[in-house]
Design a protein around this ligand. Structure first.
Ligand code: SAM
Ligand code: DTB
Ligand code: SF4
Length: 327
């Protein structure tokens, strides 16, 4: 099957892949010579997707900073002294105007992020309005609001939400070294609620936080072995934020990032693998290697949440040079 249009986005009702991945199998992928690994990933990629099509989402931080959680990588935690200022929830009309501009520039999905542990019911009502209005523009909708309470996922589904982003971030073993204010099981609970409500799941992680290769492989195993793998798997490279505990972590070897993309592609053949945070620091050549390794989605727009992303002119030029089409 070649997925050359959004109609081919695997749906939440897709049956789980039969294969259960083991840590040894994914570590064996990482151990392959890079050329063999990328070749294998590209073969798997071509079985399920158009290799020259990249899905583009634009991100907007609709509620920035002041978050109660202590995620060690995050500029928006109230516990660290970072340059990010706390802001209120954006008015709906400003959000819709940003979505309209993103659509005009060529994004197919609009993703709204909030720096919350989870949404309060009255805040959720405003987000529901944003989802309804962005959906009415003819865009796919995505939100990332933190952990959900009973009933909230159903409300989001009813408002027309297509995707909920909630990352496992890192494997169970390393999780407690990055985040102490909640557990990875809390995040798994929210993923269950999203799945049960019939919303597409977007879940991945961050690498380059000082974790081991085994931790990275274990995260891929965990995502691939969910009862149904996420439809969308963002792989973020840590953007080091001054003031956070991870400000000075050693940079990850870029080829290890490519290996992680390839391992995700092979372990989750029908998922959209998103080349996420960290793209601004990547050369065009490294990004091309990530696409060859099976990444087929990215954030498009000059900003992520609080940090920069390549500007749209650079991305448009890259697409033209590589003969990629945006979907
Ligand atoms: N508060 C919600 C949550 O944690 O799910 C939504 C917003 S949170 C900022 C969304 C995701 O952004 C995180 O799970 C993490 O994977 C990613 N992220 C945050 N800061 C990052 C950084 N400095 N570098 C790379 N990825 C980052
Ligand atoms: C995801 O996995 N990456 C995006 C999105 N989901 C919400 C966020 C990246 C944030 C990078 C740091 C920042 O801009 O604050
Ligand atoms: Fe809060 Fe999300 Fe940042 Fe964690 S990642 S501190 S939950 S905004």
């Amino acid at each position: 099957m070649h997925a050359s249009s959004l109609a081919a986005v695997p749906s939440a009702s897709q049956p789980a892949t039969a294969h259960r991945w083991t840590l040894e199998e994914v570590l064996a992928l990482y151990d392959l010579p890079l050329m063999d690994l990328v070749w294998r990933a590209q073969q798997v990629h071509r079985e399920h997707f158009d290799p020259n099509a990249i899905q583009r989402s634009t991100l907007l931080s609709v509620k920035t900073g002041g978050c109660s959680e202590d995620c060690g990588y995050c500029s928006q935690s109230a516990r660290y002294d970072t340059d990010t200022e706390r802001e209120r929830l954006m008015p709906v009309d400003e959000v819709v105007a940003a979505a309209r501009a993103a659509k005009e520039k060529g994004a197919s999905r609009f993703c709204m992020g909030a720096a919350w542990k989870g949404p309060k019911d009255n805040d959720l009502d405003k987000v529901l309005e944003m989802v309804r209005e962005v959906k009415a523009l003819g865009m796919q909708t995505c939100v990332t609001l933190g952990m959900l309470k009973d009933g909230q996922a159903e409300k989001l589904k009813d408002a027309g939400l297509d995707y909920y982003n909630h990352n496992l971030d890192t494997d169970k073993e390393f999780y407690g070294q990055v985040i102490k204010s909640h557990t990875q099981d809390d995040r798994l609970d929210t993923l269950d609620q999203v799945r049960d409500a019939g919303i597409n799941v977007c879940s991945g992680g961050i690498i380059g936080m000082g974790e081991s290769r085994k931790n990275r492989a274990a995260l891929i195993v965990q995502l691939a072995n969910l009862p149904t793998p996420p439809e969308s798997v963002p792989i973020n490279n840590l953007v080091p934020i001054p003031g956070t505990p991870m400000a000075n972590v050693d940079r990850l070897d870029p080829f290890e990032f490519v290996r992680t993309i390839a391992a995700a592609r092979i372990a989750m053949p029908t998922s959209w693998v998103r080349l996420s945070a960290g793209r601004q620091e990547m050369s065009d050549e490294l990004q091309a290697l990530c696409f060859l390794a099976g990444a087929n989605s990215m954030f498009y727009g000059d900003f992520l949440l609080t940090t920069g992303n390549p500007d749209v002119d650079r991305d448009d030029a890259l697409f033209a040079r590589l003969g990629l089409k945006a979907i």
